[in-house]
Design a protein around this ligand. Sequence first.
Ligand code: SF4
Ligand code: SF4
Length: 220
Amino acid sequence: MIRGADIREISDGKLYRSSDLVRLDTGGCAGCSACCRDMGGKVVLDPYDVYRLNASAGYSFEGLLAGPAVLSVADGLVLPVLNMDGPDGACRFLGEDGRCTVHPARPGICRLFPLGRYYQGDDFSYILQVGECEKAGAKVRIRQWLDTPELPRYEAYIRSWHALTRKARELADGGSDKLRTMISARILEVLYQHAWDLTDSFYPQYEAQEAEVKRRIGIL
Ligand code: SF4
Ligand code: SF4
């Protein structure tokens, strides 16, 4: 998630949509695992990541916090991030062969890399981060690279999640320590510890839970 940065400094300067062709195919990464190391605090898990890791890899939220993830302050809110405390700063999900052990359930930020999201208001474009991945070369369509079913629905969810966390941060920034603690606690409780029905689609469940957390925090 990239906010307030000059895109000419961090990317090729272009804004992309999911239908665009971009030079980001890494050819299977061929022995490289650089972006799965030393990314401490950068791979924030959103509620869909937690749902997906549970549905496809069997990790409950509590199971994630027992090792693969930790709670960390991310832009003013306490949210789960991937734990990069393995050998050479490796993510706990990185296998000894240098491959991701939860590849089908990997988080959204991992799916993006070396792309990033650049937000303008609550909408976002994709950007190609420069100097992050030496192997990115052949052109591939972004929607293919993301490997995410129902992409328009997922993108709508990402906008909604971003809007919620932006409003929560604004409220927390102007409030007391007690208010900040309450806001993070409600988000964790309602959107992460929730017992998602893994046999049903995530999105309608998220909409209901988002309405609930807004009500509890006091965001209209
Ligand atoms: S840095 Fe690039 S090539 Fe290396 S693992 Fe990440 S995406 Fe693959
Ligand atoms: S979840 Fe997988 S792809 Fe993401 S940082 Fe960890 S090992 Fe790498």
